[in-house]
Design a protein around this ligand. Structure first.
Ligand SMILES: [Zn+2]
Ligand SMILES: [Zn+2]
Length: 434
């Protein structure tokens, strides 16, 4: 019996892996222009890192997190008692881990210049199976730690749009949505207003939203049920509840976006899923490739998150983008990069005697920077050519009795079928120039 991967997690075969790697390379390039440094945090952390930051009342922490136990520690422990074990969890996102690491390593002591950090890697959530949602998914994200000013918000948003454009997603296919979620001064009143609103017409909401109403009423804005969305149409708007400081900060962010010529839509229902968000939140949606769940990236401010890990107040913000989702959009646009041939050159041995010479030549060419493939299965010359043709190489170098006698190399151009006889130096020069 063959083994298969679990539901909701995917093998990244070379073509898919190549497409995702290009997204990472583009991030190095674009984020580098804004002074960001790449870093990594562990794939699993103490569960507390996520419960403190993301919030216990969110779906992600409440239902979707994968706990990690060493096999020997759960032997004989019933599932009900496992919470007593040291809690480790696979990361469902990476902002909490970065914030934990920044505080632990004191990367932004009080008064220090902002730290700009970015990451790429797998995240894990036990999601319901649906198009474009996976249980292991890859994200790239950037975090600007220790920046209070609205210019930091505008810069992060501009960088996100710059990145998408650099990947080949035209501005015309993207919609930037922004909102302010308020802060600890003004959000509680808004949360109460939404709670009262839902409770007053409870029967119009799905059981999930009825449950949310007491714990985390703002999550109702994310509910997939059309009935809930309709019931929310007259719900109070956060903009009417913003305190003076939040309102002023939001106005300045919008002004900076205006003067940068960046179009955006204000969406008072944009309430990003995690508890740690404060003030500015944003999301980029596309009009192709993803269907109704059309966001390819988003983020916001999390001015209080680092305090959860013991830091002094360290206002910060960031975003994350989903690689699988971006690739789906690029494929819909027809601009996803094709996997290039594995090798430029195939070295073919005409007879048995030429095999060791072919092996040596392949190594010489590789050390000169040329990508080379050759046969390791004692195939006939005809089947070597078939392989070379299928591998889409540009050139085949032939080695056989004639070449041995003359001390030369026959180079066949696979595009036009022409052949030429070359010395080793000429061959090296010609192939390294390509
Ligand atoms: Zn609902
Ligand atoms: Zn406020």
């Amino acid at each position: 019996m063959t083994l298969k991967n679990p539901a909701g997690v995917n093998d990244l075969l070379p073509d898919a892996a190549h497409k995702q790697q290009l997204l990472v390379r583009a991030a190095f390039r674009v984020f580098g222009c804004y002074g960001y440094r790449y870093m990594e945090t562990p794939m699993f952390e103490k569960t507390e890192v996520f419960t403190r930051g993301i919030g216990e009342a969110t779906d992600v922490v409440g239902k979707e997190i994968y706990c990690v136990y060493p096999m020997n520690s759960i032997a004989g422990v019933s599932p009900d008692d496992r919470s007593a074990l040291e809690g480790l969890a696979l990361r469902p996102e990476n902002t909490a881990g970065i914030a934990r690491a920044v505080v632990q390593h004191n990367l932004v002591p009080p008064g220090a210049f902002q730290a700009k950090l970015w990451y790429a890697g797998s995240m894990f959530r036990h999601e319901r199976q649906q198009k474009g949602r996976y249980r292991e998914f890859r994200q790239i994200g950037a975090e600007c730690i220790g920046a209070t000013e609205p210019s930091a918000d505008a810069e992060v948003i501009l960088m996100l749009l710059h990145y998408f454009e650099a990947l080949g997603i035209p501005r015309s296919h993207m919609t930037l949505k922004i909102n302010s979620m308020g802060d600890e001064a003004c959000r509680p009143a808004y949360r109460r207003a939404v709670q009262d609103y839902i409770l007053a017409r409870e029967s119009e909401f799905c059981p999930e939203c009825q449950r949310r109403a007491t714990g985390n009423p703002l999550r109702a804005f994310d509910c997939k049920s059309e009935a809930c969305q309709a019931a929310l149409s007259a719900a109070p708007r956060i903009t009417e509840y913003l305190c003076e400081e939040c309102a002023s900060q939001y106005a300045q962010v919008k002004q900076l976006l205006d003067s940068s010529g960046l179009a955006y839509e204000e969406d008072p229902r944009l309430v990003r899923g995690f508890d740690y968000y404060t003030r500015t939140v944003f999301e980029v949606q596309v009009d192709l490739g993803l269907g109704a769940q059309n966001a390819i990236g988003g983020g916001g401010r999390y001015d209080r998150l680092l305090q959860e890990y013991g830091a002094k107040p360290t206002p910060s913000l960031g975003f994350a983008v989903g690689l699988e989702r971006i690739v789906m959009v690029l494929e819909a646009l027809g601009t996803a990069a094709a996997l290039p041939p594995a090798a430029q050159v195939f070295v073919a041995a005409v007879d048995e005697e030429a095999r060791s010479q072919a092996f040596e030549l392949a190594q010489k060419l590789r050390e000169a920077g040329v990508s080379v493939e050759l046969d390791h299965q004692a195939r006939s010359l005809k089947s070597q050519f078939k392989v070379a043709d299928k591998a889409d190489v540009g050139f085949v170098v032939l080695l056989g009795p004639d070449e041995r006698a003359k001390g030369s190399y026959t180079l066949r151009n696979m595009t036009d079928g022409t052949q030429q006889e070359l010395t080793l130096d000429e061959l090296l020069q010609l192939l390294t120039e390509r």
